[in-house]
Design a protein around this ligand. Structure first.
Ligand SMILES: *[C@@H]1O[C@H](CO)[C@@H](O)[C@H](O)[C@H]1NC(C)=O
Ligand SMILES: *[C@@H]1O[C@H](CO)[C@@H](O)[C@H](O)[C@H]1NC(C)=O
Ligand SMILES: *[C@@H]1O[C@H](CO)[C@@H](O)[C@H](O)[C@H]1NC(C)=O
Ligand SMILES: *[C@@H]1O[C@H](CO)[C@@H](O)[C@H](O)[C@H]1NC(C)=O
Length: 368
């Protein structure tokens, strides 16, 4: 199953930008589609807890490299998987590209079943290759697996959980005995297939056609990594959110990257454009979001898994807004499906700017 990537082509895409992490790729279907990854490695003693981390739009898995470097001494193993097209993972096929551009709702469902099954297969193969331990059911114990999907990476994380019934029985059972936590970190509402409010703005030509298309993903990477001075978020009033303009008083996260880190992590190619285009497949995205969180049949297939939604208080608009949406949906579903965490003072890229804090937040969730 596992193919070690040819060193030369790999290095061009995913030179470990901060620390030396082991790299590899896993074939996730019968057609040779592979997903590349970096791995912080097994901590010195067992059991330990494994986090699979799925990146967002315009930043590949290298964005998790700082928390990967700190993982071993926290008894954590962090595996950052690159979604299709990013950092050497197999690009979408022509058929998939036409579904992303033009697909019907039904084609969208089929497409996300593949995306979901690919991620589940990735996790299961990694679990088998590295003999990842089961979760013994005691919240405070190490062991088992958490899935963290960040930003638009929630499209893949939700597709995976929603399609747990579509993997072979043996895979399902290995995952069911290990999956303890699913963290939706800083999703936007449209990645859940739900509308953004009228105030929504992003520095992309969909919001502002005067932004040159060729520069829009560079603008996005800057803006989304900024800090925002929102008003009193406890009001849950969308009008207190600073939808457009970042704070003048805290440097953007991308300003804390060396040129080499920026060049190896930030992706302004067609990959982010293909992520953004997928938001049009909203019916399938919404169905995955509802199944993963609020469908008791689906949830019972991963019986030990707790779902969490988290966001920072200084993050770009969509994170602080989306937590209210999910809170309302959780309440409407009767409550108890999702837990929530808001982290004071951090932005959308907490895992880069404050990796110690990010790890302690993940741990407080995973071991609760
Ligand atoms: C989208 O659909 C239109 C009309 O069927 C077709 O002409 C066009 O080639 C399609 N675009 C892609 C990228 O598949
Ligand atoms: C990023 O921030 C860290 C912590 O403050 C600092 O040690 C590092 O030098 C900064 N890196 C860059 C490229 O600015
Ligand atoms: C929940 O998921 C099951 C299994 O996929 C499906 O049969 C059922 O229709 C779903 N329920 C709702 C309310 O969507
Ligand atoms: C462990 O999880 C259970 C079930 O969610 C919860 O009731 C309990 O409070 C948790 N224990 C601790 C110590 O967090």
């Amino acid at each position: 199953m596992r193919t070690l990537f040819a060193f030369v082509s790999f290095i061009a895409f995913t030179v470990s930008p901060v620390y030396s992490l082991s790299q590899g790729s896993i074939v996730v279907d019968g057609n040779g589609v592979q997903l590349t990854y970096t791995d912080s490695g097994a901590p010195d003693s067992s059991p330990y807890t494994t986090i699979f981390a799925v990146h967002g739009m315009g930043f590949n898995g290298g964005i998790f490299s700082k928390i990967q470097a700190l993982a071993p001494k926290q008894q954590l193993r962090i595996v950052a998987v690159n979604r299709r097209g990013y950092a050497g993972s197999t690009p979408y096929t022509p058929t998939e590209l036409s579904i992303i551009a033009n697909g019907t709702a039904e084609q969208g469902t089929t497409f996300y079943r593949s995306v979901g099954v690919e991620l589940l297969t990735f996790m299961d193969t990694f679990i088998q290759e590295h003999d990842i331990s089961v979760f013994n059911g005691d919240n405070r114990s190490a062991g088992g697996v958490a899935l963290v999907s960040w930003s638009i990476g929630n499209i893949a994380g939700l597709a995976a959980i929603a399609h747990i019934e579509d993997v072979p029985e043996a895979t399902k059972s290995r995952l069911a005995s290990r999956m303890r936590t699913f963290i939706m970190q800083e999703s936007s509402s449209n990645a859940l297939g739900l509308p953004a409010p009228p105030q929504n703005w992003v520095p992309l030509d969909i919001s502002d056609p005067t932004i040159p298309a060729v520069h829009q993903y560079t603008a996005f990477a800057q803006w989304v990594s900024a800090y925002f001075d929102h008003g009193d978020l406890s009001t849950r009033d969308p009008n207190v959110i600073s939808w457009v303009v970042p704070s003048s008083f805290t440097p953007f996260t991308v300003f804390n990257m060396t040129r080499n880190q920026y060049d190896t992590i930030v992706d302004t190619s067609s990959n982010p454009a293909l992520d953004a285009a997928q938001l049009a497949l909203a019916p399938a995205l919404e169905s995955n979001y509802r199944a993963s969180n609020f469908n008791s049949t689906v949830r019972s297939m991963l019986p030990q898994m707790k779902n969490w939604f988290m966001t920072g208080t200084r993050s770009a608009s969509f994170g602080p807004y989306c937590i209210w949406v999910v809170e309302d949906d959780n309440a409407a579903a009767g409550g108890g499906f999702v837990d929530f965490k808001t982290i004071d003072g951090v932005n959308h890229l907490m895992h880069w700017d404050d990796p110690e804090l990010a790890l302690s937040v993940y741990e407080s969730i995973i071991f609760s």
